[in-house]
Design a protein around this ligand. Structure first.
Ligand SMILES: [Zn+2]
Length: 89
């Protein structure tokens, strides 16, 4: 699967976004909310609370924040959720 370090190496996300995502993750702001057959839902509390969804087949991440809707690139909330998922395995 695509990991945060893969994305970072491929320069598909900015270092600022990675740093912010790591900070959210370390602060415990990313929480797994529920798992279904088709997706995993996360809740990330930043300034606002955001819902991050990872669809499973095909694997696709999304977030309800402005950054993601404008850039369609992984945001810090998605990074924090990815790290949470990587830690759990
Ligand atoms: Zn976001």
């Amino acid at each position: 699967m695509e990991s945060v370090s893969d994305l970072s190496r491929a320069k598909r996300i900015s270092q600022a976004v990675v740093k912010k995502g790591i900070k959210l993750f370390l602060a415990g702001d990313a929480k797994l909310e529920k798992t279904t057959d088709s997706a995993i839902y996360f809740r990330v509390s930043s300034k606002n609370t955001h819902e991050v969804v990872m669809r499973l087949r095909p694997r696709k991440w999304s977030c309800d924040c402005t950054y993601f809707s404008l850039k369609v690139k992984p945001c810090s909330h998605i990074v924090s959720a990815m790290l949470l998922l990587e830690k759990r395995r």
